[in-house]
Design a protein around this ligand. Structure first.
Ligand code: PLP
Length: 484
């Protein structure tokens, strides 16, 4: 073999063979989820113990590497694509989404400037606009794709900070006598990413004000007004209010319609976290959940949570792209290109320069399922959640712990003659028993100190039989852990 042949990539034949086998394997894997326990059945360090401590000194064959993928990596995988994965917010990659990932990897486009790949920029802008329309939002939104909702919310709050006009971008926060603490208001059930964004922006963790919730776990708007008034009087600067449409613990839906006018009285930016719940607005009878959002300033929706798109794909929308741009745009000489003024360079709207070609997978999902197909799938998930809630409701000694507006059910086992502490321990044991069995995977939360099990439906492959099998496993676990 000549030197130049040795130095290039592997041969196309090697790639073709391995890639065809990989695609066959993925199709079989997704067709037969029952072959794998949902939760990885390994102990900490088991996988690492099988991995050499140093990279290989010499080339290895793709066959050998793929063998190790099956023997070493697969046993350590928790199967988020399983139809009985109900933990956290269940996510699932669909075939069209996987295809999009494959093409994106093949192209390896870096979507930092329009010029570095025009189709990547233009497809991104068009695809997120399709999604906006599908959710029933009005015109005037600028959208872009980020990796996660955590980053989308960070960007939204960075824009909110810029919109204060306090020129923190240039002057910073330190040692400024003209600044009062900037505060962000969000429900006590908001996702921790809101706090992380505030911390990252240097505003101070204690300036996140947690607003109490009502009996359905929605932000209490009277308490929001009280907090804003008290802070304004005390000399703080209210900066932003973050509403959540589909909270992590219970999927509760804050009333954006009521929150926006209150926030406006105090000149606050309004950001809406619809990371999980947002896509439900694609279903016409669920569209009410985004009511009022057209009057907000920014919104995050995660297609990688509940829109069948492989992780990662979050969409950050804002009605004030100028504030976002002014927060982030900084163009080094080596990134200038002719005609910059006439195009959107997505690097101007965030921290990242390099950006993956994520819109390809979202585009493929939206086209391969169509608006009506997506609508039916989301509706089906909500129906399954209601069915599961019915099973819990009508079973003695079990209780529903929160309303079920979307596809998440919160519930617990309530054996008679037990204290709260005992119930908490029993439910934790039930969860562990089911998860350890590999039949299904669920997660938990705490509601007013009650340990509550969460079943979140989001997989494109979940059907009624999966809900039934999981319910059976839960009741069996309750029997086992309560046995004397
Ligand atoms: N917001 C809500 C309501 C969530 O439930 C989550 C994660 O579950 C997030 C934000 C953070 O999402 P990501 O993992 O995309 O940062």
């Amino acid at each position: 073999m000549t030197t130049s042949a040795r130095l290039g990539d592997l041969s196309p034949e090697e790639f073709r063979k391995a890639a065809h086998e990989a695609v066959d394997w993925i199709a079989d894997y997704l067709e037969h989820p029952e072959r794998h326990p949902v939760r990885a059945q390994v102990a900490p360090g088991d996988v690492a113990a099988q991995l050499p401590v140093s990279a290989p000194a010499h080339a290895e064959s793709l066959d050998a590497i793929v063998q190790d993928f099956h023997n070493v990596i697969m046993p350590g995988i928790t199967h988020w694509n399983s139809p009985t994965f109900f933990g956290y917010f269940s996510i699932s990659g669909s075939y069209p989404g996987i295809l999009g990932e494959l093409f994106a990897a093949g192209l390896n486009v870096n979507n930092m400037l329009w010029l570095t790949s025009p189709a990547a920029t233009e497809l991104e802008l068009r695809t997120v606009d399709w999604l906006r329309q599908l959710m029933g939002l009005g015109d005037g939104w600028f959208g872009q794709i980020t990796d996660t909702a955590s980053i989308s919310t960070l960007y939204a709050l960075a824009a909110a900070r810029e919109a204060t006009g306090l020129d923190i971008r240039t002057l910073g926060l330190a040692g400024r006598r003209d600044l009062r603490a900037l505060r962000v208001y969000t429900s006590e059930h908001a996702h921790s990413s809101v706090e992380k964004a505030v911390i990252t922006l240097g505003l101070g963790h204690e300036n996140v004000i947690k607003i109490p919730v009502d009996s359905a776990y929605r932000m209490r708007t009277d308490a929001l007004r009280d907090a804003l008034e008290a802070d304004a009087t005390a000399g703080f600067t209210p900066m932003a209010v973050v509403a959540t449409v589909g909270t992590t613990s219970t999927s509760s839906i804050d009333s954006v319609r009521e929150i926006v006018p209150i926030a406006r009285e105090f000149n606050c930016w309004v950001h809406v976290d619809g990371a999980y719940g947002g896509p439900a607005a694609i279903v016409p009878e669920m569209r009410w959940l985004l009511e009022g959002v057209d009057a907000a300033d920014s919104l995050v929706v995660n297609p990688h949570k509940w829109l069948f798109t492989p992780v990662d794909c979050s969409v950050m929308y804002t009605r004030r792209p100028d504030a976002l741009r002014s927060a982030f745009s900084l163009v080094a000489e080596y990134l200038r290109s002719p005609g910059d003024d006439a195009v959107v360079n997505l690097m101007d709207y965030g921290v990242q320069l390099g950006r993956r070609f994520r819109s390809l997978k979202l585009w493929m999902v939206l086209r391969a399922f169509g608006a009506d197909g997506i609508e039916e799938r989301l509706r089906h998930h909500c129906e399954l959640a209601r069915e599961f809630a019915g099973m819990v409701h009508y079973e003695g000694d079990w209780e529903l712990c929160a309303p079920v507006p979307l596809s998440l059910v919160c519930f617990r086992y309530m054996p008679p003659n037990t204290t709260e502490a005992e119930r908490n321990a029993i439910n934790a044991a039930i969860l562990e028993h089911v998860n350890a069995s590999g039949v299904a995977l669920l997660s938990h939360t705490k509601l007013e100190d009650r340990y509550v099990i969460r079943l979140a439906i989001g997989s494109v492959r979940t059907q009624r039989e999966h809900i039934e099998a999981t319910w059976l496993a839960l009741r069996e676990a309750a029997r086992v852990v309560s046995a004397p």
